[in-house]
Design a protein around this ligand. Structure first.
Ligand code: 5GP
Length: 194
């Protein structure tokens, strides 16, 4: 997606050859116009799938998911990283190791919001080692819901997340695929789009 690539080049900060910071439009401040275009692009790619709900994870998955939900006219459910005092029996849970924070979080979704009737589109901001997406897949599986695919805003193609997801036979659609962050420079797997 060209507008996303352009934004990454213009505003992304390469923190190391592993980590890209995009706080100015996705992870802290949010660019609504870009999010709208991202939502439209996810909706276009999954238009034939009869999605019933979007499943994402707080907090940075919410903005692109809500825009995709608006386009597809379906609700958005976000997995919580911090549990409220709700009874554990009412929750689907999965353990997710965070690459950036080097910690494991238990994520949870209320059983009220996903059922075996659902055909889900899973969305997240970044794909790195695939742990967040695998956790969301595990929750979908616990609910007996089917999964149309996984939509990712920025994939780091040099990490093994895509590989792990494809091993599970899930469709992965990334709007920008970063091939390398070497020498403080962002290189895209799809080349620079015209
Ligand atoms: P994974 O579970 O695929 O290893 O990592 C995905 C999660 O880690 C994303 O939800 C995102 O919050 C965070 N993450 C991983 N790598 C990066 C990165 O390079 N930059 C940013 N901003 N977040 C990242």
């Amino acid at each position: 997606m060209k507008s996303l690539q352009d934004k990454i080049v213009k505003e992304g900060n390469v923190l190391s050859d592993q980590v890209l910071k995009v706080d100015s439009f996705l992870n802290h401040q949010v660019d609504p116009k870009l999010m709208k275009a991202i939502g439209q692009e996810f909706a276009r790619r999954f238009a034939d799938e009869k999605i019933t709900k979007i499943l994402t994870i707080e907090s940075s998955g919410i903005a692109p998911s809500v825009m995709a939900g608006l386009e597809l006219d379906v609700p958005v459910v976000f997995a919580r990283k911090r549990q409220s005092l709700t009874l554990i029996e009412n929750l689907y849970t999965a353990d997710v190791h965070s690459f950036t924070k080097q910690e494991t979080n238990r994520i949870a979704v209320s059983k009220s919001f996903i059922t075996e009737e659902d055909h889900l589109l899973i969305i997240d901001d970044f794909l790195a080692n695939g742990q967040a997406a695998l956790g969301l897949l595990e929750i979908a599986e616990q609910a007996g819901a089917s999964v149309a695919g996984i939509g990712i805003v920025i994939e780091k193609a040099f990490q093994n997340g895509r590989h792990l997801l494809l091993e599970k036979n899930v469709r992965v659609e990334s709007l920008a695929r970063v091939q390398s962050l070497a020498d403080g420079k962002v290189t895209f797997a799809e080349g620079v789009l015209a």
